[in-house]
Design a protein around this ligand. Structure first.
Ligand SMILES: Cc1cc2nc3c(=O)[nH]c(=O)nc-3n(C[C@H](O)[C@H](O)[C@H](O)COP(=O)(O)O)c2cc1C
Length: 355
């Protein structure tokens, strides 16, 4: 029998064969010229590792906690709409794969199955992603519904104050899913006026911790804790909203510094290799989220596909930590990374190459 996909990159073309062009493009694509989408991988690949080879790496420990939940490794399924795009089991498959991997899943409000259905199937901690809606009463109602269903945090996605221009979808005349729950979510109007007072107000209305998703600057990171959030995700929505931003990994250090330990900091965007997770953690992320790889795993093999995607990332991460001489997450710090070639110091005439 032929060897199946051995890395996340090999999953994508297999998923593509199984999806319609318009579904594939919806999932894979980014906003306008996809400059940030491309930049994200380029920067991640350009960060170099500085291994230590005389450290004891007999045991590698990738575990950590997120808002008090123990997770076996710092990767969480990102909130992403309508997993039935890729497999009929949809979020019921993803949530089981997440629990099997010992991590937290973030459920999109635009899921195929309702939040109660997913919560029923969940065997591990789950967080619910929603928006600041124009109708504040509705925002609290949705948060309370999530709390009643058993979700243990509310993730507010901040970077969709208007729909972006995703040109692949326009070209394909893409039609969004028509499922009941997705329709319900689409009818809720996101508030373009949402500001810090809205966060402060919501934090006073829900007992659940709030995670702010879409923070890209130190200035806003500093305010999250001040106004009642407990965590933030450095995210540009997988380069699907505003194009020509920095890659998330580039702004991660400034956000971590500004957050100053007041809120937990996670990151998403372009994580495809175990070494990417190591780099993000070394730059101060407590955990990373993955979006598109979930769909690739689902399209290829449903729940087993998502499990395999998570397993690949875990194995690659452990191998990278071993070879870097960094046996646990606390040992991953900025000294592990380089970006500028040291050759530039000794061979100035080599100028022009800065990665
Ligand atoms: C198909 C798809 C649907 C998404 N839907 C949502 C969503 O409903 N809510 C949300 O906060 N983010 C959504 N995202 C963004 C992800 O949460 C995440 O920020 C992004 O996918 C991370 O980048 P990556 O795909 O490169 O891993 C979606 C992403 C994709 C690819």
């Amino acid at each position: 029998m032929a060897v199946g996909p051995i890395n996340i990159y090999e999953y994508e073309p297999l998923a593509r064969e199984r999806l319609s062009k318009s579904q594939y493009d919806f999932i894979a694509g980014g906003a306008t010229d996809e400059i940030t989408l491309e930049r994200t991988r380029r920067i991640l690949d350009a960060i170099v590792l500085r291994p230590k080879v005389m450290e004891d790496v007999t045991t590698i420990d990738t575990s950590t906690t997120v808002l008090g939940h123990e997770i076996t490794f710092p990767v969480m399924p990102a909130p992403s709409g309508a997993h039935a795009r890729a497999h009929p089991d949809a979020e019921l498959a993803t949530v089981k794969a997440a629990a099997d991997a010992g991590t937290v899943m973030l459920l999109s409000s635009g899921s195929t199955y309702t939040m109660e259905e997913v919560a029923q199937a969940a065997e591990g901690p789950i967080w619910f992603q929603q928006y600041f809606y124009t109708d504040r009463g509705m925002t609290v109602e949705v948060a309370h519904r999530a709390e009643d269903a058993g979700f243990s945090a509310i993730c507010l996605t901040l970077d969709i104050k208007t729909n972006s221009k995703r040109e692949r979808n326009i070209r394909n005349e893409y039609v969004p899913p028509q499922t009941g729950n997705y329709q319900w979510a689409s009818n809720l109007v996101r508030d373009p006026a949402a500001s810090w007072d809205y966060l402060e107000w919501l934090a006073s209305k829900t007992a659940l911790p709030i995670v702010m998703k879409g923070i890209m600057t130190a200035e806003e990171a500093a305010r999250c804790g001040q106004y009642g959030a407990k965590a933030l995700v450095v995210s540009n929505h997988g380069a699907r909203q505003l194009d020509t931003t920095f890659a998330t990994i580039e702004v991660l250090p400034e956000v971590v510094d500004a957050a100053d330990g007041q809120v937990e900091v996670y990151m998403d965007g372009g994580v495809r290799r175990g070494s990417d997770i190591v780099k993000a953690v070394a730059l101060g992320a407590r955990a990373v989220l993955i979006g598109r790889p979930l769909f690739w795993g689902l399209a290829v093999d449903g729940q087993a596909g998502v499990s395999h995607v998570l397993q690949i990332l875990r194995d690659e991460m452990e191998m990278t930590m071993t070879l870097c001489g960094r046996p646990n997450l606390a040992s991953l710090d900025r000294t592990l990374l380089g970006f500028r070639s040291p050759l530039l110091d000794v061979l100035p005439q080599a100028g022009g190459f800065d990665g």
